[in-house]
Design a protein around this ligand. Structure first.
Ligand SMILES: *Cc1c(COP(=O)(O)O)cnc(C)c1O
Length: 489
């Protein structure tokens, strides 16, 4: 199995080359030429622990690496880094299940993939005989940046620059990023939103700067592949709980922004996991919900700042991979992406829309509904969820109302409630006046839910990164930083 661009199957790469590059040279995204069929392996695979499952699934998706190599990478990445040994626990909440993906070092689901991406990157450098350093450029809607820096901190042969939207992340998210230590770390706010920053980063990739660049966003297959693992893990948990028999479908509700997390669920399904419906949950930035209803993707609409800022995205990069994987048509994918670039909109053919609708169900939720869901879940089940999780929770309830009596629903929980304490407190009926750190304390006093270790000491950490740039100046900023021998000196 090789990787190829979504826009041109002749542009191929090995898994290691794809990880080193990030996006494909034509601006497309790397996808596997064929997906491994894990159905024969399921009875055994689903009895393994998280690390065993991860090694097997990642080896199948990234076949440059031997099973022994992958087992060693997985062990280094996950041992002792998460709050629970099983990395991503599944918790019953009412009739549903919450898949907790936020138990890692920075309290967001990005940790699951970004704990292992640095190991995959270093191993890929060795496999490809690359000795010059890799400069990782990352645009973040708030959580990728911190998780990527925590993962790449002081990893030899790598440097990382993170761009985040100025005023577009929560106070806690911003403090997490601007206090990050490490000699290979650079953080810069940009005057613009996530879409602006991500578009500018993609243009830098396409612009032939004399630098070896890679990405820690989910446009990198090395970021996406590890996210497939927890769908298998959740299914295994439901098997163990006796909630399903092997072969029964399970539905997943996913709070969606850049479409990476939910695409991983689709990959799991194509690899043979009995995934039923993938519920695609949007906040008020509901471009995906409209797309799944009508087949028209139209980013020409107002951009809203919401209480689930990590999903404030109007250009969902990984949708490109889905269009290609569903249509198998690189020319169509390239044409749609060209139209998106020039007109900001495209429409998929009716047969493709029908196939999308067979696998995906759209849900949307505004800020008031998000906060109400947080209060409802807390009062009914004594479970405290974050704003993004609440969006997915509500979408799951809407789905069950529309299609009653179907499979169990697993709601993916993507962040700790303590990353968004203001909106969570409001959801519980409390006051949200005061700074983010006071609000963490108040939320804890109110709920007694433990505060994650990494957020506890945040208030006292020194701010190390204060740079701000305009979107147009991002390429110059990257060149300037790349020319500096030492950072944070
Ligand atoms: C990144 C993020 C999302 C969206 O995930 P995508 O893969 O971009 O769709 C949802 N919730 C949280 C908390 C996130 O950090």
């Amino acid at each position: 199995m090789i990787y190829q661009s979504t826009r041109d199957p002749a542009l191929t790469a090995s898994a290691a080359e794809a990880i080193l590059r990030g996006p494909a040279p034509d601006g497309g995204l790397y996808v596997p030429s064929s997906l491994p069929d894990l159905r024969p392996a399921l009875p055994k695979l689903l009895t393994l622990d998280f690390q065993g499952m991860a090694a097997a699934i990642l080896q199948a998706l990234l076949p440059d690496f031997t099973t022994d190599e992958m087992t060693a990478l997985v062990r280094s990445a996950y041992t002792g880094r998460f709050e629970t040994a099983d990395v991503t626990p599944t918790v019953p909440v009412g009739d549903d299940y919450i898949l907790e993906l936020f138990r890692g070092p920075t309290s967001a689901f990005k940790d699951v993939a970004l704990s292992i991406l640095p190991y995959l990157m270093t191993a890929s450098q060795q496999k490809c005989g690359v000795t010059d350093p890799v400069l990782i450029l990352t645009a973040t809607s708030g959580d990728t940046g911190k998780a990527a820096m925590a993962g790449f901190r002081d990893v030899p042969g790598t440097r990382i620059i993170v761009f985040y939207p100025h005023g577009g992340v929560s106070e806690v998210q911003q403090a997490q990023m601007t206090t990050q230590e490490g000699g290979n770390i650079c953080v810069c706010a940009v005057r613009g939103n996530f879409d602006d920053a991500q578009t500018a980063v993609k243009e830098i990739f396409a612009s032939d700067l004399p630098l070896r660049l890679s990405s820690a966003n989910s446009i990198n297959i090395g970021r996406l592949a590890p996210q497939v693992v927890y769908y298998f893990k959740a299914y295994a948990d439901l098997l163990r709980l006796g909630r399903v028999k092997l072969g029964d479908p399970v539905d997943f509700a996913v709070p969606t922004g850049n479409f990476g997390d939910i695409l991983a669920g689709y990959l799991a399904k194509r690899m043979g996991l009995p995934v039923g419906t993938l519920i695609c949950a949007s906040n008020r930035n509901d471009v995906l919900a409209d797309f799944l209803r009508t087949g028209v993707y139209d980013k020409n609409r107002p951009f809203y700042k919401t209480v689930s800022p990590s999903m404030d995205i109007l250009v969902s990069s990984n949708l490109e991979r889905l269009l290609y994987l569903m249509s198998g048509d690189a020319a169509l994918t390239a044409a749609l992406m060209a139209q998106l670039r020039t007109e900001g909109r495209y429409e998929v053919p009716a047969d493709l829309l029908a196939r999308l609708q067979a696998d995906f169900f759209p849900g949307r939720c505004d800020d008031e509904q998000t906060k109400a869901a947080i209060g409802d879940v807390w009062r009914a089940h004594h479970y405290l969820c974050d704003t993004h999780t609440a969006v997915a929770w509500r979408a799951a309830q809407a789905y069950k109302a529309a299609r009653p009596g179907t499979a169990p629903v697993v709601v993916l929980s993507t962040a700790s409630p303590y990353k968004f304490p203001a909106a969570v407190l409001e959801g519980l009926g409390g006051s949200s006046s005061g700074d983010g750190f006071d609000l963490i304390d108040r939320l804890h006093a109110l709920t007694q839910v433990p505060v994650p270790e990494n957020l506890r000491g945040l208030r006292d950490k020194a701010v190390l990164h204060r740079d701000v740039t305009d979107i147009a100046d991002m390429p110059a900023y990257v060149l300037k930083k790349a020319g500096e021998k030492e950072w944070n000196a």
